[in-house]
Design a protein around this ligand. Structure first.
Ligand code: SF4
Ligand code: SF4
Length: 565
């Protein structure tokens, strides 16, 4: 039966240049003296080192653990000693440096002991399979680097179709083509595991019709599996998930949505081979096939490369660079980006190292003004308005760019490719996306800071209220006790006063006196009365004298004053 295929809008037919690197079989890259393994080689959060400088590690040993849900562990890609954990340049358009674990290889390339389970994958629960794939550090090897175990979790959605993506539509890149030709059994074994994890009803394997050897190899390898291997007409960017789904099923993934929402999951062929290695052989992801190509390198080929190998080391194995090399690009000419140096390591997302001459790429100096020809919109596979998006990005009108679905742009480069003014349109979209992400991060940070502040304020207010309540309670208790004490003191004072009064009024030693004693007492009382009278008279005389003296002094003062005036 001939399967009906569909077409997505737009697309281009750039020269392929794939045969440049497919003339010889995949060979193993020689081991570099130093491997530089970035902690962050995938989409999502960075990993956390679990080794220290001086530690000896074995090939396949986990050296950085995943942190968070969207993350993938990093493993030593050969045996040796950790000689540094420090900032090193990583593959990034901006020439960034980031934390890397540096291993000095010992030349033995000795694997860690295989402790994989003997249980067949068909008897393992899907969650266990996903966990094994997660701990093996597997990410999408088509170039995106999204942790694969997440895409193997349909989260309750029934999966109708698992699509294996062997399209590899970007010019120059041939690593998937060579893998399909040479290791089809590994790929099919991996697809079977993926299908089991997803419980997918059917499997479609898509290969562009410019790879007849790969098609034949895969078709043969899965002849008894019931998988459908489909040749699709060569058209760039057919390897994009949404474009391939459209071509094979005529279904469209919603804007800002994911294929799983329409019951479809797409995985790359190299990812399937990595899943087989992890589940059936117990080998973590430590290497990948990389295409070394372009007119700027002497002997283009495909190498099986341990992660962390410097690009310079690989280019040397391919006869070195030619004199007319213009730039080194990681990825293809459409979606790749130029490296700032060749002393940069191969990571999980490195599918190609393109040593481009001036003839291979459009010189950036030829940029001219937009002539509003509309060619960019005609080829956009996502049906965007590239020219408008470019204006919004230039004017920093990021809200408007988002209204025009900037984040649906897959950065395929078709618009830039056809632009007669050589405007690097994709650069503007990447710039706008980066700015929007940065603004969102800032907003998130500000929101978190505001939440922290509000929480702190409410805590301070709560503590103050609690303290005030405690003090009020204490004061009330103190007042209650104080009143009782005051009352006791006053009662004691009243008692003392009453006693004193009683004592003052009572006759002293006057009980049972004889007559003569009584006479003496009477006499003494008379004398005391007289003495008291005399003392009172004297006090009165003294006061009278004092008054007279004061009156006289005032009278003198007034007289003197009058005289003076
Ligand atoms: S292809 Fe280039 S020149 Fe033509 S409309 Fe688009 S941006 Fe402008
Ligand atoms: S880079 Fe974006 S805007 Fe340009 S053609 Fe591709 S999807 Fe469309």
């Amino acid at each position: 039966m001939i399967r009906q295929l569909f077409k997505f809008k737009g697309g281009i037919h750039p020269p392929q240049h794939k045969d440049v690197s497919t003339k010889q079989p995949i060979r193993a890259a020689t081991l570099a003296k130093e491997l530089v393994l970035p902690l962050h080689q995938h989409i999502g959060e960075s990993t956390v080192p679990i080794v220290a400088v001086g530690d000896h590690v074995l090939k396949g040993q986990k050296i950085a653990r995943a942190k968070g849900y969207v993350c993938a562990s990093v493993h030593a890609s050969s045996s040796g000693t950790v000689i540094a954990i420090e900032e090193r340049p990583i593959p990034h358009p901006s020439g960034f440096s980031a934390t890397c674990i540096v291993i000095e290889t010992d030349g033995e390339d000795r694997w860690i002991e295989n402790t994989s389970e003997t249980t067949p994958y068909t008897e393992m629960p899907a969650s266990h399979l996903r966990n094994l794939i997660r701990t093996s550090g597997i990410v999408g090897l088509g170039g995106a680097g999204f942790p694969s175990y997440i895409k193997l979790n349909p989260a309750g959605v029934e999966i109708d179709t698992l699509i294996l993506n062997g399209v590899e539509c970007e010019p120059y890149i041939s690593c998937d083509d060579m893998l399909m030709r040479e290791r089809p059994e590994q790929i099919i074994a991996g697809v079977k595991i993926m299908r089991h994890a997803l419980q997918a009803k059917r499997v479609l394997i898509a290969i562009e019709d410019n790879k007849p050897e790969a098609y034949a190899a895969l078709a043969k390898a899965c002849a008894t599996e019931g998988f459908e291997v489909i040749q699709v007409p060569t058209l760039y960017p057919q390897g994009g998930e949404k474009q391939l789904i459209k071509v094979l099923t005529n279904k469209e993934v919603p804007s800002n949505g994911l294929p799983v929402q329409i019951g479809i999951v797409v995985h790359n062929v190299a990812t399937a081979a990595a899943v087989h290695n992890a589940i059936n052989l117990g080998k973590t992801l430590v290497s990948r096939v990389v295409t070394i190509t372009g007119d700027g390198v002497a002997e283009p080929c495909n190498l099986d490369v341990p992660f962390g190998t410097p690009m310079q080391h690989l280019l040397d194995q391919c006869g070195g660079l030619r004199d007319d090399v213009d730039r080194i690009i990681m990825g293809g000419p459409m979606m790749g980006f130029a490296m700032h140096s060749i002393d940069i390591p191969v990571v999980k997302t490195t599918n190609c190292i393109l040593a481009a001459t001036k003839a291979n790429v459009t010189p950036p100096s030829d940029i001219m003004p937009c002539i509003r020809c509309g060619a960019c919109a005609d080829v956009c596979p996502v049906e965007l308005l590239p020219q408008q998006l470019q204006w919004f990005a230039r004017a920093k009108e990021f809200d408007r760019a988002q209204e025009y679905n900037l984040f649906d742009c897959i950065e395929c480069g078709c618009c830039s490719y056809v632009c007669p003014s050589n405007i690097p349109l994709v650069h503007f979209y990447r710039y706008a996306k980066t700015e929007i992400w940065a603004q969102e991060r800032e907003k998130e940070k500000a929101d978190q800071a505001r939440l922290r502040h509000e929480f702190r304020q409410s805590r301070i207010e709560r503590e103050a209220a609690e303290k005030a309540a405690r003090l009020a309670k204490k004061k009330a208790a103190a007042q209650g006790g104080g009143n009782a004490k005051q009352a006791a003191i006053q009662a004691a004072m009243a008692r003392a006063k009453a006693k004193k009064t009683a004592q003052g009024n009572a006759p002293k030693n006057t009980d049972n006196l004889s007559e003569s004693q009584q006479q003496q007492v009477n006499k003494a009382d008379e004398m005391r009365a007289k003495a008291q009278q005399i003392a009172a008279d004297r006090r009165a005389q003294a006061q009278t004298a004092m008054v007279n003296k004061t009156v006289k002094a005032n009278s003198d003062n007034h007289t003197a004053k009058d005289e003076k005036e």
